[in-house]
Design a protein around this ligand. Structure first.
Ligand code: 2BA
Length: 145
């Protein structure tokens, strides 16, 4: 049987779970959809953050959002890949926290989001916490009796 003490999560430091910004694949505001699709396909990730040149977080772009934006009435309008920039179609509803938030908050957010963005007080991007890292920590705290 497994038991899990809620208390063990109160001391979790979110910084220990962070994949830092320099290791996160991302695209920049002003990049075309074509460039974003290249980054997504080459990195293998489904979705990545959209940042500006000052590393401020603006949104998320995914393969699905890009493909959806290409759908015309009768065909896939691939010419839009070069015509549109990421900020025109990106998701601005970003799951995000600062390092002051609790692990329980991030755990709850990970139900609906494969990764949570971490920003500082000014909105500068610090990195991501992935569902994988969150689940690894939960498993580590499961005590077999
Ligand atoms: P997905 O790209 O849909 O990836 C789902 C899961 O597949 C990942 O879960 C990971 O376990 C595995 N995976 C996918 N691509 C991988 C790769 N290139 N190398 C190793 N494993 C890979 P999580 O690790 O929990 O990541 C959740 C989501 O966070 C990913 O969803 C992706 O959207 C984002 N992500 C993770 N690491 C990233 C990074 N370094 N840069 C940008 N985005 C990242």
């Amino acid at each position: 049987m497994y038991s899990l003490q809620r208390d063990v999560f109160f001391d979790v430091n979110l910084e220990d779970l962070l994949i830092s910004a320099d290791k996160v694949a991302h695209v920049q505001v002003g990049n075309t959809l074509e460039h974003a699709l290249l980054v997504l396909v080459k990195s293998g990730y489904t979705a990545v953050p959209v940042l500006d040149s000052a590393f401020k977080l603006h949104g998320l772009i995914s393969k699905n959002i890009i493909l959806d934006s290409l759908l015309g009435v009768e065909r896939i309008e691939t010419e839009k890949l070069a015509e549109y920039n990421v900020e025109e179609v990106m998701d601005t509803n970003i799951p995000q926290v600062t390092l002051n938030h609790t692990f329980i908050k991030v755990l709850g957010m990970s139900i609906n989001h494969p990764f949570i963005c971490v920003v500082d007080e000014e909105g500068a991007f610090e990195g991501i916490i992935t569902r994988r890292v969150i689940l690894k920590l939960v498993i580590r705290h499961l005590n077999q009796e």
